[in-house]
Design a protein around this ligand. Structure first.
Ligand code: SAM
Length: 285
């Protein structure tokens, strides 16, 4: 038995604070070409994936993040057929995207080892999604793919690590501008933007960048226990402002037609997630 301290708020971002797990068993410790991978077993949270010492997913609470990053843009759009995932190596977003029957998904992940380790040691995250004929998996840098690709997508989901290490480039204005170029008219971009109470600059920087590029940009929130610090902010950007104002009636109709069973997402929660706590509004103003 070993205690594992998360490294997110120590070192350069020192807040004098950490999250600690008791690892009952180490499943995998591996250094890839890009980052340190670790999977370990805990009693309360099941298996935990850390990259460079930062929690990416736990079996207990991953559904909250993956459902909200996926179903909010897909049900708001309503007719998405081509979805792009940048990052997402654990397969949780791909799993949720492919629950929408009409969708073809492309996933662009930098590190093949994350996919291999998660397929083997945390298969409940992808639940077979990598073998789905509607999934296309490319191993390359997301920034490079966006700059070079000529394809268009209805929804782009940036499921990145935090803006330290290889994920840093996925928070730049030039990357977001390339995302905008690759969206079909009325397409939606969503991004993971950290926990605003503890990482305020992650959200404020993205707010400025998305706000300069898109007709409509904002955030919605969800609380994921192991992304510690309260609500996580998810960035939203589109050139069609109506999509952020979708009515609960329309969302409920789409949700019911899709027949997708969720554990966190509901149409009412979708609408509520765009209501931001005052401290978050204050950061944005
Ligand atoms: N949900 C997680 C979170 O918010 O902490 C993110 C999970 S997912 C494992 C993040 C993935 O982004 C990793 O697999 C990592 O390899 C990938 N990634 C980091 N930088 C990337 C880049 N430049 N291009 C593509 N994928 C990248």
């Amino acid at each position: 038995m070993t205690w594992v301290d998360e490294q997110l708020y120590v070192g350069p971002r020192d807040l004098g604070y950490t999250q600690r797990f008791r690892a009952d068993r180490f499943i995998c410790r591996h250094k890839s070409d890009f980052q340190d991978l670790m999977v370990f077993e805990t009693r309360g949270f099941g298996r935990v994936l850390m990259l460079d010492g930062v929690v990416q997913a736990t079996e207990l609470d991953e559904f909250i993040y993956h459902e909200m990053m996926t179903h909010v843009p897909l049900f708001a759009h309503g007719a998405a057929e081509r979805v792009l995932i940048i990052g997402g190596g654990d397969g949780g977003i791909l799993r949720e995207v492919l629950r929408h029957p009409l969708v073809q998904a492309t996933m662009v992940e930098l590190d093949p080892d994350v996919v291999a380790v998660c397929r083997e040691h945390m298969p409940s995250l992808s639940r077979g999604a990598f073998d789905d004929p509607r999934a296309r998996l490319l191993f390359t840098d997301g920034v490079r793919f966006m700059a070079e690709s000529t394809e268009s997508f209805d929804v782009i989901i940036v499921d990145s690590t935090d803006p330290i290490g290889p994920g840093e480039v996925l928070f730049t204005e030039s990357f977001y501008a390339d995302c905008r170029r690759r969206l079909t008219p009325g397409g939606i971009l969503v991004t993971q933007n950290g926990v605003p109470l503890l990482q305020p600059q992650e959200m404020t920087a993205t707010a400025g960048r998305l706000g300069r590029l898109f007709v409509d940009a904002g955030f919605y929130v969800a609380a994921i226990p192991t992304y510690v610090g309260g609500f996580m902010a998810m960035g939203w950007a589109s050139d069609n402002p109506a999509l952020r104002q979708q009515s609960e009636r329309v969302l409920a109709q789409r949700f019911s037609t899709a027949g997708i069973e969720t554990r966190y997402y509901t149409p009412a929660l979708h609408i509520a997630s765009f209501v931001l706590p005052a401290y978050v509004e204050c950061l944005l103003n």
